[in-house]
Design a protein around this ligand. Sequence first.
Ligand SMILES: [Zn+2]
Length: 179
Amino acid sequence: MFDEPLPKQVDLRKLAGREAHFSAKLDISVMQRIAEAAVGENGFIDVDLHIGVDEYRDRYLKGSVHCEAEVICQRCLQPVSVVVDARIHLHVVWDEKQAQQLRGDIDPLIIGEDDLVDLNEVLEDELLLSFPLVSHHEDGECPGKHDYELPSEEASVEVVAEEKENPFSVLAKLKVNKE
Ligand SMILES: [Zn+2]
């Protein structure tokens, strides 16, 4: 059902020169940090990634990562579905100095001189940046009843009525005093 994980030890310098394209549907378990946050069996990650050299002779990674998974709702502690999309546009650089010279809104992927790169890890980093910090069901859509539910409609109507009433009653008093 799932494709093979992306190569774990990639020489980006060589790979970019040859131009590479990865299109894969991955089991969520290939991205360990995301897998740890996920519950249930239905998580998956879609990857579409081009690696090449652009007209400025910069090596780039470009594409998208799409993740669907279930995580724990922070309100009711039941599973809630999350869908996360990350656009990938990284340029390969070998140190901080090169990173600072990049044009526009391109993010650097800094790799050591001889370091091989785990593509799964690179994409996981990008995906994590797009993950919501806190996941929960939409308001009122947590399954079951819980103590921390929002106040009932009756209660919120009361509050609104009070707020509306008060300014006018204060004005009315002022008026009476002046007259
Ligand atoms: Zn919930």
